[in-house]
Write a protein that binds this ligand. Structure first.
Ligand SMILES: COC(=O)C(/C=C/C1=C(C)CCCC1(C)C)=C/O[C@H]1C=C(C)C(=O)O1
Ligand SMILES: O=C(O)CCC(=O)C(=O)O
Ligand SMILES: [Fe+2]
Length: 356
């Protein structure tokens, strides 16, 4: 790979310390990219799936909730899960250690550097040139499973219980992804419940902690550029006191309002491809706030790198011709992490020309 020159990138928390009234040029977006806020009527918020209603498969409420899940995946690509069974103390502990990490002095966080062109550690991911606009965000990204993707040198030893907390948290989130993939398969009504879990092998799991400091001009910048996730499923935990996540729905950016103890789930590119576009990997972004900071904890759950992907035959017919070619997920991962976040552009890697 040619050398990547990104120039000096400021640490946003450090930048903020001087309490500037303006933001540096590299963060100022063109007019067309600046934050807009669509308001949805309360009756039209992203769907909420109550997992406590999905325990007994013969129950009427199971089928009602399953139908809601199908609509969520088809029309929104996003939903929030409540009563997911994960201990709320564990969610709080994870939030606490992540915050403690971001609150450390810069010299401490820089012991875990995300080097240009790499994807793990503390820094700015997806920056490939000096011209590229930057996100108003500090990140810590780590590969979790399987063990060979872990880089222990990049796992913070401060706070001291960081690794233990992230490991426990990741085990629970992994179980949730497994369960959700079964339910998503069931909701499609044409494939076996285990189709995704069986196909994915030992799934790849990575976590990204995004910390968005307050911004003096939230109207000019983005916290995180628009993108779809390269995973099969993404699980996002957000604090309840700030709104920042927006999803693109019918051409408008709509906010995802946090719900206490809920987790936000989104369909990633893998499920879009496997269902031949029936379930959507929806573009999303994060905006910033003038007064408040925001933390999001994001888990990407994806097939093993050796898995060959392409639309399942059950989702290809004359009405919906095959829209994606066959490809290797490891190749897609490499493609994803070596290109900047740019809406759904990354998925063009797999698109059959002329379709969509
Ligand atoms: C900053 O990280 C990401 O946005 C990201 C990367 C995840 C990964 C790691 C941090 C470690 C190595 C594995 C992996 C590439 C998953 C997004 O994850 C998406 C993108 C792809 C592709 C994917 O499978 O999940
Ligand atoms: O912070 C958010 O709400 C969005 C995070 C996100 O989309 C991501 O990390 O992929
Ligand atoms: Fe995302």
């Amino acid at each position: 790979m040619p050398e990547i020159k990104v120039g000096h990138i400021d640490d946003i928390q450090e930048l903020r310390r001087a309490r500037p009234t303006m933001v540096p040029e590299r963060y100022i977006r063109d007019n067309s990219e600046r934050p807009t806020h669509a308001r949805l009527p309360d009756s039209l918020q992203i769907p909420i799936i109550d997992m406590s209603k999905m325990i007994w498969e013969n129950d009427v409420q199971f089928h009602h909730e399953l139908a809601k899940l199908a609509t969520a995946c088809e029309e929104w690509g996003f939903f929030q899960v409540i009563n997911h069974g994960i201990d709320t103390h564990m969610l709080e502990d994870m939030e606490e250690v992540a915050r403690e990490f971001f609150d450390l002095p810069l010299e401490e966080k820089e012991k875990y550097p995300m080097k240009p062109g790499t994807i793990q550690g503390y820094g700015h991911a997806f920056v490939f040139s000096e011209e590229q606009k930057l996100d108003w965000c500090n990140m810590l990204a780590l590969g979790v499973e399987p063990p060979f993707i872990r880089d222990p040198k990049l796992w913070p030893t401060n706070p001291s219980h960081f690794t233990e907390t992230l490991d426990k948290y990741s085990v629970e989130i992994r179980k949730l992804c497994h369960m959700l993939l079964r339910l998503i398969a069931r909701s499609l009504r044409r494939v076996d419940d285990n189709v995704f879990n069986d196909m994915f092998g030992t799934a790849v799991q990575a976590v990204r902690m995004n910390y968005y400091p307050p911004c003096p001009r939230p109207d000019l910048v983005l916290g995180l550029s628009p993108h779809s996730d390269g995973s099969a499923l993404t699980v996002l935990q957000q604090e309840t006191d700030t709104v920042g996540l927006q999803i693109l729905k019918d051409g408008a950016w709509v906010p995802v309002h946090p719900i206490q103890n809920a987790l936000v789930i989104n369909i990633g590119d893998t499920i879009e491809v496997l269902t031949n576009g029936k379930y959507k990997s929806v573009e999303h972004r994060a905006i910033t706030n003038k007064k408040k900071d925001r933390l999001s904890l994001v888990t990407f759950y994806a097939p093993s790198y050796n898995v060959e992907l392409g639309p399942l035959p059950e989702f290809v017919d004359v009405e919906r011709p095959c829209m994606y070619r066959k490809y290797n997920h490891g190749d897609y991962s490499r493609h994803y992490v070596t290109n900047r976040l740019q809406g759904k552009k990354t998925l063009e890697f797999a698109k059959i020309a002329g379709e969509l």
